[in-house]
Design a protein around this ligand. Structure first.
Ligand code: FAD
Ligand code: NAI
Length: 468
């Protein structure tokens, strides 16, 4: 039986990054993945394919709606969904091949098969053909990720009642896509199909979309989606049933007055969150404990109740984000190597890849109020940005929250063009505990979208923005 210093179960962004870092630190490292294709949810059916579809659909939308404003005349564009999905598959293929290359480069031994604990140090790997193999490992990292959640009594038939996985390989553009859940998946994949011509109805249990994000930002996002795309939001509506009757789906939801309403469409996307995935992992044989929601319990070192077993990513507490999983992969590898790394969970950005994009970091206005923290607010609208005027992306704004007396930046929330990339500057600023004035005094290339962050900082620090 082959023996390793570290074995990682699951090759998503948590697992493969942990494997690379362990190997870099001189450990004999194994990675077990049940699918032939490495990269987990993120690379195969999550971040990468959804962004490929978002980019393609955005091109179509711009060609249809904005090219003429720029003085570009074209014949009426048509959607070729089969080609769009094929391009997305190519993007996934090359990205996944990159992970296989990195495993070889770092001399990580990859096992293809389903991993299951036999003891706290032994794992059995079952291949697709049923053959079995065992490995022994000093340390083990569980990085088995998550799967889409459903609602009681609703059968996801994967034909008309689908999850994000099927939504990324549809063969036709839905006429009316009913989305259960106004979270990140609902808004991103809803945007893809709305841009391609679908009517979208989002049925959301809460009184707002994307709970947890700054209210002002989310209000603006909802306004723009309703203005630019065919989005309709049914907030404070709890879905109780969804049925496929052949070519039609019927969703039943209860409104705030407890009245049942019926929504008909041709496809229904279930996007009510994801559940930690530990099916057939044999955690009972390892002694590892999970909580009532199936999340593996860990301490601050991401160590489980069994000393030599760690867990990272979607399978443990915290935001279900690829970059959070990656940070945790590095952290655990370095802890095992005897180093003292740390993660500032407050500074993990949250992004929604709609257009305009939404990006958020640190505390929201609601959280600061709850904490009784006195703060200053700085705002800058993209309609006052020269770069945004040039590109025609004037919806949205940047909002900076700074400590009332020290001026330290406590939260940055933006909705606007390229917000997903712009938030990186806020991460650097907040990691170094910059004040709003610090950023306000730094040169930003002109004309760029990033000037809007600087202007919002100037507004927060002393109500002295230059361009409003
Ligand atoms: P996963 O990526 O889920 O990987 C776990 C791996 O473990 C899988 O490959 C699985 O096959 C394997 N596995 C499980 N059990 C076993 C076993 N017993 N034996 C062997 N292998 C096993 N996050 C972002 O940050 N940005 C985004 O833009 C973004 N977009 C998303 C879009 C969609 C549609 C979805 C669904 C998710 C998106 N996410 C995004 C979330 C992101 O994909 C996850 O947070 C991330 O993949 C979690 O990484 P992980 O390593 O914990 O697990
Ligand atoms: P989510 O947790 O973001 O949203 C689910 C929504 O469904 C919630 O708003 C909830 O109130 C609602 N809901 C629950 N039960 C309901 C019911 N009975 N009726 C109506 N609404 C109901 O989950 P989502 O969108 O499925 O995403 C899963 C995970 O994937 C998220 O945690 C997210 O972090 C990750 N992800 C991240 C992306 C990014 O970073 N850009 C993109 C896509 C996914």
């Amino acid at each position: 039986m082959e023996k390793f210093d570290v074995t990682i179960i699951g090759s998503g962004p948590g697992g493969y990054v942990a494997a690379i870092r362990c190997a870099q630190l001189g450990m004999k490292t194994a990675l077990i993945e049940k699918y032939e294709s490495l990269g987990g949810t993120c690379l195969n059916v999550g971040c990468i394919p959804s962004k490929a579809m978002l980019d393609s659909s955005e091109h179509f939308y711009n060609a249809t709606h904005h090219f003429k404003d720029h003085g570009i005349k074209i014949n009426t564009p048509e959607v070729d969904l089969i080609q769009m999905v094929a391009r997305k598959a190519d993007v996934v293929k090359t990205t996944v091949a990159g992970v296989s290359y990195l495993m070889k480069k770092n001399k990580v031994t990859v096992f293809t098969g389903h991993g299951s604990f036999l003891t706290k140090n032994k794992i059995e790997i079952t291949k697709a053909d049923g053959t079995k193999q065992e490995v022994e490992s000093d340390k083990i990292i569980i990085a088995t990720g998550s799967k889409p959640a459903s609602l009681p009594g609703i059968e996801i038939d994967k034909k008309r009642i689908i999850t994000s996985t099927e939504a990324l390989v549809l063969k036709e553009v839905p006429k009316h896509l009913v989305i259960i859940g106004g979270g990140v998946i609902g808004l991103e994949l809803g945007s893809v199909y709305a841009r391609l011509g679908s009517k979208i109805t989002v049925v959301e249990y809460a009184d707002r979309i994307v709970a947890g994000m700054d209210r002002a930002i989310i209000k603006e996002l909802q306004r723009v989606l309703e203005k630019d795309l065919d989005f309709k939001f049914l907030l404070s509506h709890k879905v109780t049933s969804a049925k496929n009757s052949g070519n039609e789906i019927v969703v039943i939801a209860k409104n705030a007055k407890d009245e049942s309403i019926e929504i008909k469409g041709d496809y229904c996307l279930m996007a009510v969150g994801r559940r930690p995935y530990t099916d057939n992992l044999g955690i009972d044989k390892s002694g590892v404990k999970s909580d009532s929601k199936g999340k593996i319990e860990t301490n601050e070192k991401l160590q489980t109740n069994i000393e030599n077993i760690y867990a990272i990513g979607d399978v443990i507490k915290g935001a279900m984000l690829a970059h959070k999983a990656m940070e945790e992969g590095v952290l655990v590898a370095e802890i095992i190597a005897g180093q003292k790394p740390h993660i500032n969970y407050n500074l993990i950005p949250g992004v929604i890849y709609t257009w305009p994009e939404v990006a958020s970091l640190g505390l929201t206005e609601e959280q600061l109020k709850e904490n009784g923290q006195k703060f200053k607010v700085g705002m800058f609208p993209f309609k006052a940005s020269g770069r945004a005027k040039a590109s025609g992306d004037t919806d949205g704004f940047v909002k900076v929250l700074a400590h009332e007396t020290t001026d330290e930046i406590l939260g940055v929330h933006m909705i606007g063009p390229r917000a997903a990339d712009m938030i990186a500057e806020a991460v650097v600023a907040m990691e170094y505990r910059a004040s709003a004035e610090d950023v306000g005094r730094m040169s930003h290339a002109h004309p760029t979208f990033t000037e809007s962050f600087r202007e919002a900082c100037l507004d927060a620090t002393g109500k002295r923005p230059i361009h409003i």
